[in-house]
Design a protein around this ligand. Structure first.
Ligand code: ARG
Length: 573
């Protein structure tokens, strides 16, 4: 691990132990980036009280223990330790990182089994923008955790079951299988649903047929199941088009929709009831997890079987928890789902813990996804007030990207390839670069901008480094270290690069991809400064070699990072 902050933490902890005794060996030295040095350690201030000594005195003693240190340590102000690392230390660490195929990214030991529940559109409706974010954020988390060596199990918890399927199947019979399939494959799920709904509300005999169909579907009648498959397969083919367009890693093998849990729901209820975790309340079977109360201070129920005998969303999720823990052997379960479902998940997790289905050794986390807003600050909609079709949105992103690069004189094939990468990169990066739980304004102009913390800016930064190698006639794979840091811009860039592995680990630990975006953006900015101040191809042979290696390391960090985000990187731009 080359991360300077981690290296310094260990060194200062050692110094603390030497100066004040072994019980201080794991005190947090409070290492922070500093305006006056590379880092500062603030521990002396907090320790002073405990030791009943003056902070400056404590700081001086710590500094004295840091003598064989790869840098300088100064006591400043009321008791800060200002730490400046030696250029040679930074250069050596950066050179080692350059030699390392994993560029300083470690592996989680022992590897964890991480179940990631993400995307999860509903089959009865068009996949909408809300599912865009859960898909993109979830996919980035899956890529990152996999890169760290974990066993990642993707679970696409499709909304593919429930009472609406009665009318959806009857509508399929009415319009004919071929017509239905064509409509669904084209992404017209919402229109399909609305047509079925209109008949259900206006046509008594259709309503009766639909209700009957729900019963035959529940009973597993083979012909009804066949029709359900026709409907679902066509719908999934459309979802797959969207995933393909986005470059998302979900496949059919990751589908574990609500229907999959249907055979388990009865058992789930029975077991909860037998264990005394669920009780009958006004005819419904409910769990009252401790600590949840409604506005009237009454305990809040999680309904698992309605009074009419029907099961619901919570019953499915409780069955899913059990399956993920017992069968998939999850160490960690991430639910990348809209923030508006926060209460649902808190109650499901609490109920599952109560039932003993979710042991303390398994962490269940709701990665809350904030709502997507239009430029007007309201829920994102079309002008006519309908929700926006995802595919239309993605097509528009590519069209706009194509227009933005149209004057660069690429041939048609390259133009299309780059436009696709820039369009998708812009949409995905915009989703990832703000913290996942904050609301987020969908704005094409901003996300497609070539300046600021945007996808196109990041892609351009990598293309620019590649162009240096191209112009100089260098093969990336043939470049050799070491790296040296003589100029301050070189030093700042190299020092920043050393944290890459730690940032990736932090993204996985906190499930926060925006931290990687921020880090990569800073990388690109530091590279810009370096490139302005330090000539590469025009430098003398020795300096050129150091600088080319630094360029190559920067490129690898940017490309690896963007890959973990799922943002495509065109070779040229
Ligand atoms: N289909 C749901 C929706 O669109 C999301 C499912 C999330 N996952 C889960 N296990 N509940 O809101």
């Amino acid at each position: 691990m080359t991360d300077p902050q981690i290296v310094l933490t260990e060194r200062v902890q050692q110094a603390l132990a030497n100066a004040f005794g072994p019980e201080y060996a794991d005190a947090d030295p409070l290492i922070r980036p500093s305006q006056f040095a590379d880092f500062q350690a603030n521990v002396a201030m907090s320790l002073a009280k405990r030791l009943r000594r003056a902070p400056r005195e404590v700081a001086t003693e710590i500094a004295a223990q840091l003598s064989d240190f790869p840098g300088t340590v100064e006591v400043s102000g009321p008791g800060f330790l200002n730490i400046t690392l030696d250029d040679s230390w930074i250069a050596t660490e950066a050179s080692q990182m350059f030699e390392d195929p994993r560029i300083g990214v470690g592996t989680t030991t022992p590897p964890q089994t991480v179940v990631i529940d993400y995307s999860a559109p509903n089959a009865a409706k068009e996949m909408h923008v809300g599912h865009l974010r859960t898909t993109i954020v979830g996919d980035s988390l899956a890529r990152t955790m996999e890169h760290l060596g974990n066993n990642v199990i993707r679970q696409n918890h499709l909304g593919d079951w429930g009472t609406p399927f009665g009318m959806l199947i009857e509508h399929l019979l009415d319009i004919g299988e071929d017509a239905a399939v064509a409509q669904l494959e084209a992404g017209m799920g919402t229109e399909y649903y609305q047509a079925a709904r209109a008949k259900f509300d206006g046509d008594e005999s259709f309503k009766t047929r639909s209700r009957l169909r729900v019963t035959t579907l529940q009973s597993g009648d083979p012909e009804t199941m066949r029709l359900w498959h026709v409907f679902m397969d066509a719908t999934v083919r459309y979802f797959n088009k969207v995933y393909g367009m986005l470059g998302v890693t979900l496949t059919d093998a990751d589908i574990a929709g609500e229907s999959m849990y249907n055979p388990m729901l009865e058992q789930t209820c029975d077991d909860l009831e037998a264990a005394g975790v669920a009780v009958l309340s006004e005819g419904a079977l409910c769990v009252f997890p401790p600590g949840f109360t409604g506005s009237d201070d009454k305990p809040l129920p999680l309904i698992i079987r309605k009074s009419d005998g029907g099961y619901g969303y919570a019953t499915t999720d409780l069955s899913a928890v059990r399956y993920r823990v017992d069968d998939l052997k999850a160490d960690r379960i991430l639910y990348v789902v809209g923030a508006d479902q926060a209460l649902h998940f808190r109650m499901v997790f609490a109920a599952a813990r109560q039932a003993g289905w979710l042991p303390d050794t398994v962490s269940a986390e709701h990665v809350q996804i904030g709502m997507m807003l239009g430029k007007d600050g309201r829920r994102f909609k079309t002008r006519s007030g309908e929700s926006v079709k995802l595919m239309d949105l993605l097509d528009e992103a590519v069209e706009r990207a194509s227009a933005a690069i149209s004057e660069r004189g690429y041939d048609a094939v390259l133009q299309e390839e780059i436009a696709h990468a820039v369009g998708m990169g812009a949409v995905k990066y915009a989703d990832l670069s703000v913290s996942h739980d904050s609301e987020y304004v969908f704005d094409f102009d901003r996300m497609l901008g070539f300046t600021g913390n945007t996808g196109p800016y990041m892609q351009y930064a990598t293309a620019r480094i590649r162009s240096i190698f191209r112009r100089g006639g260098y093969e990336l794979a043939a470049l050799r270290g070491p790296i040296k840091v003589d100029e301050s811009a070189e030093r700042a860039l190299a020092l920043h690069l050393l944290s890459f592995g730690a940032v990736v680990e932090q993204v996985a630990a906190l499930a926060e991809p925006h931290r990687l975006c921020a880090y990569l953006f800073e990388t690109a900015s530091l590279f810009s400064t370096f490139y302005e101040e330090c000539p590469v191809l025009k430098a003398d042979a020795e300096t050129r070699s150091y600088r080319l290696a630094l360029c190559a390391l920067t490129l690898r960090v940017l490309e690896t990072g963007l890959d973990l985000l799922g943002v495509p990187v065109p070779e040229r731009m």
